[in-house]
Ligand binder design. Structure first.
Ligand SMILES: Cc1ncc(COP(=O)(O)O)c(C=O)c1O
Length: 365
């Protein structure tokens, strides 16, 4: 008996279809190429060297990371990394500047203090780090607020030793509604982007890199002016959100959580062994935490740590104890992050794949 046999493997476990991963990677890379920009996938979704290699082979141009652990691991397969997260504090700066010198590092930031400490540390390490000024386009999470502030920070980056101004970055993470309802918000992002690029050009600080993109807006990225790359990440696997937004179909879903029915004692529902520690407790407007791949009328309505409750009110399916199900999580990235390893189907073989970039601190072996 192989440990990597979906019929017998202990559940819950993340289950990946590598044929679909390859198809998704090809489709996104081709779309980007067709529109004259690059795909720099955010690898926080998969945290796996195997999957990063598939993306690079499909034509991805560089990788995006959020943590220093991700940067260290992905630096072994790619020499063009973007840290889409401000590196604050000596510990993170030291790790950043210890990446191999062959790696062209770019960092997104939105404040003068972060820029100053990065420039000082990079200059002391005799390195040069590319700076992308992050612009808030509506999410209200991070990012400077006006084109004037972008120009100010870009000018500071251009003047400081240890750093170079390379361009701008934005993340339209507030656009998560159905694709056909996104138009006005996409146009508002495009307007803000246009004004910012004009201000940079007027200040003689042209942006070489304009980094944007998300999965809910993936197929409309070409509506953003001046874009040179998209960082869309969860499109490598897709998830329930992508289905509901309309950027993917069920045939594109490449990640599910394989789980086992463990109880049918309470009328009207069944319980599986995938709880919040396998699926992640990310809600979608009160509409549960995931849906069954093979029974789309069955939603995971509540979660305890190791229990997932399936609502049987809208289905004729009668699950039996020991039956295996595949759950499409609401948000794939946070579910993957909870797995020690993934069961992967590759052609008709199964094997385990490791998540080398999972975890954070330098204390991880
Ligand atoms: C800064 C940044 N860039 C890119 C992404 C990728 O977004 P998505 O998974 O929607 O493609 C994220 C996701 O959280 C992000 O925070």
């Amino acid at each position: 008996m192989s440990a990597a046999d979906p019929a017998t493997i202990e559940t819950p476990v993340g289950y990946v279809d590598l044929n679909r991963v390859r198809a998704n990677a090809r489709r996104v890379a081709d779309y980007a190429r067709e529109h004259g920009f690059r795909w720099r996938p955010h690898i926080k979704t998969h945290k796996s060297l195997d999957v990063a290699r598939i993306q690079l082979n499909a034509g991805a141009g560089g990788l995006t990371v959020a943590t220093l652990r991700e940067a260290e691991v992905m630096g072994s397969v790619c020499d063009d990394l973007l840290l889409a997260y401000p590196p604050v504090g000596r510990a993170k700066l030291d790790r950043l500047l210890s990446l191999p010198r062959t790696v062209d590092i770019k960092v997104a930031l939105d404040g003068a203090e972060v820029l100053a400490s990065l420039a000082a540390a990079a200059s002391a390490a005799a390195r040069n780090v590319g700076v992308l000024v992050e612009l808030d386009v509506g999410l209200g999470r991070v990012g400077v607020q006006t084109p004037e502030q972008v120009v100010q920070l870009a000018a500071a980056a251009a003047e400081n030793e240890g750093v170079s101004f390379r361009g701008i970055l934005f993340y339209p993470g507030h656009i998560r509604m159905a694709r056909q309802e996104q138009g006005a918000l996409v146009r508002a992002v495009a307007d803000r982007l246009r004004a910012t690029l004009e201000a940079l050009t007027a200040a003689e600080l042209p942006a070489q890199i304009v980094s944007g993109g998300s999965t809910p807006t993936l197929w409309d990225s070409h509506l953003m002016p001046g874009l040179t790359e998209i960082r869309s990440g969860s499109c490598i696997y897709f998830d329930r959100e992508a289905l509901e937004v309309g950027v993917a179909g069920r045939e594109d879903l490449a990640y599910t959580v394989l789980a086992t029915v463990v109880s049918t004692a309470v009328p009207g529902h069944a319980v599986v062994d995938a709880g919040s520690k396998a699926l992640a407790k990310e809600g979608r407007g009160g509409n549960g935490f995931g849906v069954l791949l093979d029974h789309p009328d069955v939603v995971v309505t509540s979660l305890s740590e190791e229990h997932g409750v399936l609502d049987l009110g809208g289905t004729r399916w009668q699950p039996s104890i020991g039956e295996r199900v595949r759950i499409v999580p609401n948000h794939v990235c946070v579910s993957v992050n909870l797995q020690d390893a993934l069961l992967a189907r590759d052609e008709n073989e199964h094997r385990m794949i490791t998540l080398e970039a999972r975890g954070r601190g330098p204390w991880i072996a």
